[in-house]
Ligand binder design. Structure first.
Ligand code: HDD
Length: 703
């Protein structure tokens, strides 16, 4: 253990010996450390005698400039912050391992895929895009899904999102896109939202964004958890084998937890109840040993397929339907370790799309090419020195690093000796290796030097339509509602109409519903389009969240609203059944001290009513004692039930009639409700919870 940074003691705070304080003769406070505690020192290693009082000339009296202990402490504090990421500022990281489950050496020589069972260490950072570091987790936003593989042949960063396409086709447009979505420059708001004029103005003038907009307005952008979302490398990359032959590849991360999102109303309320919802969820899952897992899938295809495909595989606003090129699973990512230090790891991790290893190569996707410049550049700005590669979270782990790069701010890896160039005649130092080294795929290129966008990138609506028609009715409704919500936040009526003019190119019914929802005076003309929208593309079920949910209810949480006298047998049975199913039960009670059940047993609560609203749980159960009237009258208890109802959750009830009535729901009980009369009634409730929501209720909520 380092003397400088002792780790926190295992003892819980309440049992730590307090430091003894007393007033000395001069009125100053002395603190006596326990004899065996490590000494507090300055950065220069000098032991500090008093960490509470600055050096003063008398009492009262001026503070002395001479006080180097004070000055050094404040100086360091003043410089604690580094610039936040210009996008993806709010993120959360965790360590994991990648295990190869199907070796593909004939296709790529990339180290992680050479042998079955091969383990590669990884670091993953999930993020929102638009909000600043201190914004809330459940913004309607794209999520970043960045994975650093510490391979035996160097670091490979797969810097992806939870959506397989992007807003724009060329990196040239990225600064404008980001300016438009982030807070307006004059007023500095809105924070972490796309529901404002600048964003929709830009989008309305950028037809290529319409496919991504369909995804963004879907529930993909309000995931239940980082654990329940997919990840995508987005671009077409190349796998390259030992013979130098290339296969195109698109990367997919498939969560073993199944896909799951929340509803918009739930997201808005969650941001108030727990702005750290997603990071807390990931932290808690890993800490309790419920390690989240994703399968790595690849869509592999050759030039002949690329030539025959309806769209350009180099266009990042397009995907290749899984039904057309299957996703083949080649490995599994398991996140099994939380960070020790948020700043050192999550904040200082530096992903760069240019970080590739032998066996992985780029394509001419113009968005990818631009990204390859941006990431390295931004890390220098953010981390302040080209030596950020030496930080433990960024340094390669599986292989040595030898080169003649030297000096620079915060250099810590200084070579010995006089030789710092290559080739050299001293016979010292590393040399390039033509066979083992990274060799770019040998590709013929020819063409005129011009600023251009290929013809093959011109169809902006066909895949937007394909995404829309691939959704279930429930999901289509959510896309419609999201569009109406977002556009209603635009002050300029013309912007709303311009978006509807695009929607007309995607689906008339959707455009009409949005137009009605916005109260547009008249339907606009469809925007002129470079290509007609193809009506023949088949639906792709893989694009729906609801068709790709979890197989069971494990990893989820039941919020159990209880009051004194709750039936002891039912409570015990619920807990037991939930535990068996890998489901957590969190008790929400009138006081955090908990409740006493019908058998006289005390159950401490995890939340007080109001602190644990039902938006934080996947399903709820209400288990009251015989005298539940006072709890039923509690507005927070009523919100708990009403929200669970409005968010189409499965609800179990025992002696909760008074609350149901007080919440105005007596006439609304449907098949998503389960009356628990005896312990045996728990099983059907839990079984139904696996389908996550009782969507049949949704139409009854309208109005
Ligand atoms: Fe980016 C961060 C994903 C387009 C420029 N991007 C960043 C992160 C993710 C992505 C996940 C956060 C990494 C982390 O957790 O540290 N970005 C994407 C995807 C894109 C994309 C999937 C399209 C397919 N990005 C994109 C373009 C540019 C950038 C076109 C610039 C031309 N992105 C950046 C950046 C960031 C970044 C400015 C900000 C902080 C950072 O890199 O480390 O360089």
């Amino acid at each position: 253990m380092s003397k400088e940074h002792p780790t926190a003691p295992a003892t819980p705070p309440g049992t730590i010996e307090p430091l003894v304080s007393d007033y000395g003769a001069g009125g100053e406070i002395h603190q006596h450390a326990a004899e065996d505690s490590p000494r507090l020192t300055t950065a220069q290693g000098v032991t500090i005698s008093d960490n509470q009082n600055s050096l003063r000339a008398g009492a009262p009296g001026p503070t002395l400039l001479e006080d180097f202990v004070l000055r050094e402490k404040i100086f360091h504090f003043d410089h604690e912050r580094i610039p936040e990421r210009v996008v993806h500022a709010r993120g959360f990281g965790a360590h994991g391992i990648f295990e190869c489950t199907r070796a593909i050496p004939e296709i790529t020589r990339a180290a992680p895929f050479q042998t079955e069972g091969k383990i590669t260490e990884t670091f993953v950072r999930f993020s929102t895009v638009a909000g600043s570091k201190g914004s809330f987790d459940l913004a309607r936003d794209v999520r970043g899904f960045a994975v650093k593989f510490y391979t035996d042949e160097g670091n490979w960063d797969l810097v992806g999102n939870n959506i397989p396409v992007f807003f724009i086709q060329d990196a040239m447009k990225f600064p404008d896109l980001v300016h438009a979505v982030k807070a307006a420059p004059d007023r500095g708001f809105p924070q972490a939202q796309s529901a404002h004029d600048n964003f929709w103005d830009f989008i309305s003038l950028t037809p290529e964004s319409m496919h991504m907009i369909m995804w963004q307005m879907s529930d993909r952008t309000i995931p239940r958890s980082f654990r329940t979302m997919e990840g995508f490398g987005v671009h077409t990359f190349r796998f390259v084998n030992a013979k130098g032959e290339s296969t195109f590849v698109k990367f997919h991360w498939k969560p073993r937890q199944g896909l799951q999102s929340v509803t918009w109303n739930e997201a808005v309320k969650t941001n108030g109840a727990d702005p750290d919802r997603h990071r807390r969820d990931l932290w808690e899952a890993i800490e309790r040993g419920d390690f989240p897992e994703w399968d790595l899938g690849v869509q592999m295809f050759d030039q002949a397929f690329a030539d025959s495909f309806d769209f350009d595989v180099l266009d990042p606003t397009k995907l290749i339907p899984e039904e057309q090129v299957p996703v083949e699973i080649i490995g599994t990512l398991t996140l099994d370790r939380v960070v020790d230090n948020f700043f050192a790891e999550t904040e200082q991790v530096a992903f760069c799309t240019q970080n590739v290893v032998p066996g992985i190569d780029f394509t001419d996707d113009p968005l990818l090419q631009g990204r390859n410049f941006s990431y390295l550049d931004t890390q220098l700005k953010r981390l302040g020195s080209p030596n950020f590669t030496k930080l433990p979270v960024n340094a390669p782990r599986g292989c040595p690093v030898h080169n003649f790069q030297q000096d620079g701010h915060m250099q810590t890896a200084n070579r010995k000796g006089r030789v710092n160039y290559e080739p050299n005649g001293w016979g010292v130092g590393p040399r390039a290796h033509p066979l083992e080294g990274y060799v770019s795929f040998v590709d013929k290129t020819a063409g005129e030097k011009r600023r251009l966008r290929p013809e093959s990138f011109a169809d902006h609506y066909s895949q937007a339509r394909q995404f829309y028609i691939s959704q279930t009715q429930v999901e289509k409704g959510h896309i419609r509602d999201a569009l109406i919500f977002e556009l209603s936040k635009c002050e300029v009526a013309d912007i709303r109409a311009r978006i509807v003019a695009h929607l007309l190119r995607i689906d008339t019914e959707l455009a009409t519903a949005v137009s009605t929802g916005l109260g547009l005076a008249q339907m606009p003309e469809p925007v002129p389009a470079a290509r007609p929208t193809r009506q023949d593309l088949p639906a792709s079920p893989a694009l729906s969240i609801l068709l790709n949910g979890p197989e069971d209810f494990s990893g989820r949480v039941i919020g159990l609203l209880v009051s004194d006298g709750a039936d002891a047998d039912i409570l015990a049975a619920l807990r037991e059944a939930a535990e068996k199913a890998g489901v957590q039960v969190k008790l929400v009670a009138p006081s955090i001290g908990g409740i006493t059940d019908s058998a006289g047993t005390l159950h401490p609560a995890q939340e007080k009513i109001g602190g644990g609203p039902s938006v934080l749980y996947d399903a709820v159960a209400i288990l009251f004692g015989k005298t539940d009237k006072p709890v039923a009258a509690n507005p927070d208890a009523q919100d708990f039930l009403r929200d669970a109802h409005a968010h189409c959750k499965f609800i179990a009830l025992h002696q909760a009639d008074a609350l149901v009535e007080a919440s105005g729901l007596s006439a609304m009980l449907d098949d998503g409700y389960f009356q628990i009369k005896m312990p045996q009634d728990i099983a059907p409730f839990l079984e139904n919870c696996a389908s996550l929501r009782f969507w049949a209720r949704e139409p009854t909520l309208a109005g």
